[in-house]
Design a protein around this ligand. Structure first.
Ligand SMILES: NC(=O)c1ccc[n+]([C@@H]2O[C@H](COP(=O)([O-])OP(=O)(O)OC[C@H]3O[C@@H](n4cnc5c(N)ncnc54)[C@H](OP(=O)(O)O)[C@@H]3O)[C@@H](O)[C@H]2O)c1
Length: 321
């Protein structure tokens, strides 16, 4: 079969002929129709990801068909028994060091498969698993968002950020966004945001609070210099859920944190129960993942380049076959 292969850090991902997947005891082979990129796929190419192993097929998200059943794949491998924290001895994410979804087929345990939401195309469904799961845990388990909360999604262009945004809008919360791009803010407003600010503008937080007031929940994957501003836009008792650190180390002003009794949570992926609840929400609310662009698997370098530039709004998807 054809697949993408990780060779080494700072070397291109290759499109090659590889052996068909050999299922181990109880595993089934899913014929993949589409797969989507996550930022981890980019971190790998930069050598900034753990357990990098040559000749592994990357890709955590996929949708396909097994025995006539249309499925999506839960990217969690052996989360373990504690819903709050994955077992560090057993836990892995599909697509490094285990072979992933950037291939024509994949062998997985049947308990990783969930019916593809019927209202989604394969490309939309492939966009959902990892980013949808991460967004669900950050927004609901950590952020405790409800219809009565004001939510700010920082950096709306990101794959996870857009799911957190769509989920928050779907439950009726009042949702705001930031972005480096006024165009992306305008798109979010078309999709139900109440307003937004460009985080590239110095002192954006001041203008934001003047115009929209403060928020109860912040969802962030950037960190970096901008993190301190997120505290400024928080109401007392707000929750900030952090699932990424794209912009690296952050400084913050302790008084901004403690006077308002703000809670900051780290959040990674989500457990299997959260995965099922996330898919249930997508089915109930007929949520359609935002697909930024679709490339043939053989044209994968264009997808990697688009993610590196950060120009996407939503998920970058590979069409398979
Ligand atoms: N912990 C986990 O389980 C988990 C899961 C998934 C992802 N992550 C991490 O979360 C991050 C995002 O992942 P992704 O797959 O959603 O990536 P992505 O689709 O590539 O999104 C990146 C987005 O980050 C935003 N951004 C960049 N610099 C920013 C800044 N200074 N302030 C605010 N936003 C900024 C940009 O938004 P605009 O274009 O709107 O400016 C950009 O579109 C990555 O670091 C990734 O490794 C962690």
């Amino acid at each position: 079969m054809k697949a993408l292969l990780f060779k080494a850090a700072n070397a291109p991902i290759m499109y090659e002929e590889v052996a068909d997947p050999a299922p181990k005891d109880g595993e089934v082979v899913v014929q993949l129709k589409a797969a989507s990129m996550n930022h981890r796929d980019n971190w790998m190419t930069l050598g900034m990801y753990p357990k990098l192993t040559p000749d592994v097929i990357p890709g955590s998200c996929g949708a396909g068909v097994v025995d006539g059943r249309e499925v999506i794949i839960n990217p969690n491998i052996d989360w373990g028994d504690n819903p709050s924290y994955p077992n560090q001895k057993t836990y892995d994410i599909l697509g490094m060091p285990t072979n992933g979804t950037f291939a024509e087929a994949i062998a997985v345990r049947p308990d990783r498969l969930v019916d593809k939401p019927a209202h989604l195309t394969f490309e939309e469904a492939a966009a959902l698993p990892l980013a949808g799961l991460t967004a669900y845990r950050a927004l609901f388990t950590k952020g405790r968002a409800t219809k009565d909360t004001k939510v700010l999604i920082n950096g709306i262009g990101g794959g996870v950020a857009l799911f957190a945004f769509q989920f928050a809008v779907a439950i009726g919360a009042e949702v705001f966004v930031t972005s480096s791009s006024d165009e992306k803010i305008a798109k979010a407003i078309e999709m139900g945001a109440k307003g937004g600010a460009n985080y590239k503008e110095e002192r954006w937080a001041k203008g934001f609070t003047k115009q929209f007031g403060r928020v109860d929940v912040v969802i962030d994957s950037a960190g970096g210099d901008g993190f301190a501003s997120l505290l400024k836009v928080c109401n007392p008792l707000a929750r900030i859920a952090v699932y990424g650190g794209t912009r690296g180390m952050s400084k913050l002003s302790p008084p901004d944190l403690f006077f308002k009794e703000i809670e900051i949570y780290g959040s990674t992926m989500g457990n299997d129960e959260e995965f099922l609840k996330m898919v249930e929400l997508v089915n109930q609310q007929k949520i359609r993942p935002v697909v930024d662009s679709v490339f043939d698997l053989s044209d994968h370098l264009k997808g990697y380049e688009r993610m590196r530039q950060g120009s996407q709004f939503g998920k970058i998807v590979f069409r398979i076959k």
